[in-house]
Design a protein around this ligand. Structure first.
Ligand SMILES: NC(=O)c1ccc[n+]([C@@H]2O[C@H](COP(=O)([O-])OP(=O)(O)OC[C@H]3O[C@@H](n4cnc5c(N)ncnc54)[C@H](OP(=O)(O)O)[C@@H]3O)[C@@H](O)[C@H]2O)c1
Length: 238
């Protein structure tokens, strides 16, 4: 039997893409899952799919960049799940544009969502993990968080910040038996990469969301004495 069965997970941005693939992989392991996002219709569809695996599945509609909404809704999903063991901070947005051309509000929204959103959600979940003296937090950065590139300054700045936030948090909470894993995946097929024009839909040689989900599960399945501190997922097809 999976050691993960009956654990309870929150996945931000769990309605689509990498977050949805992770939610399905978790449900297949018997993990109860709460997914979040801003679009209720998509969340509902994904919850219906998750329930087919026989787990408890729920959703909450909120913007991770709004702290008041985060506080109310994280409490709500933890109450519904009956606790929380695993948090996947996955919700994120991106935009491409030169440093001078990108509008100030677009730049700010990327930082507010990708960095402040992760901070707000973690701040609300962490006390529950500390109280249990056990937990897992998976924070999604990107290869853009390791190297800057032209026309992606806001996204890259946000993902560099995620690494700083995540590694600092790891050093604070490891003593509470809480593992913090900072992931830096390369390009994966999803709405995000298709909408940015980075990939065409159905390119079978590129990384798929399920590959990312398998990496997260592999980290979670390590004995509790061991922690995956971080990992970069790359394609074998450059
Ligand atoms: N795909 C890649 O190649 C790649 C590579 C490296 C890292 N990443 C990172 O992986 C994460 C997931 O990316 P993805 O490719 O799966 O993107 P995606 O397909 O666009 O999905 C993004 C998810 O986040 C939710 N979301 C976006 N903004 C939100 C907000 N303000 N509040 C709450 N939920 C929000 C979306 O739902 P709603 O729109 O309904 O809110 C959706 O569920 C992101 O952090 C991204 O930066 C992706």
């Amino acid at each position: 039997m999976s050691t993960l069965k009956s654990k309870k997970a929150i996945i931000t941005g769990g309605s689509r893409g990498l977050g949805k693939a992770t939610a399905i992989a978790f449900a297949k392991e018997g993990i109860d899952v709460a997914i979040t996002g801003r679009t209720e219709s998509v969340l509902k569809e994904t919850v219906t799919e998750l329930e087919t695996y026989g787990v408890k599945a729920t959703y909450a509609v909120f913007d991770v960049g709004n702290y008041e909404e985060v506080k109310t809704n994280i409490k709500k999903v933890i109450d519904t799940l009956g606790g929380v063991d695993i948090l996947v901070n996955n919700a994120g947005i991106a935009a491409i544009g030169s440093f001078m051309d990108m509008e100030v509000d677009v730049w700010s929204k990327i930082i507010q969502t990708n960095v402040m959103g992760m901070y707000y959600v973690t701040k609300e979940v962490l006390p529950h993990l500390i109280e249990k003296n056990e937990g897992d937090i998976i924070n999604v950065s990107s290869t853009a968080g390791l190297n800057g590139n032209a026309n992606i300054s806001a996204y890259s700045a946000s993902k560099f910040a995620v690494i700083g936030l995540s590694e600092s948090l790891m050093k604070e909470v490891r003593k509470h038996n809480i593992r913090v894993n900072t992931l830096t995946p390369s390009t994966i097929e999803s709405d995000l990469t298709i909408d940015l024009g980075m990939l065409e839909k159905g390119s079978d040689h590129v990384l798929q969301p399920v590959d990312f989900a398998e990496l997260i599960l592999a980290g979670l399945k390590l004995p509790r004495r061991a922690m995956l501190k971080g990992a970069s997922l790359w394609s074998t097809n450059p």
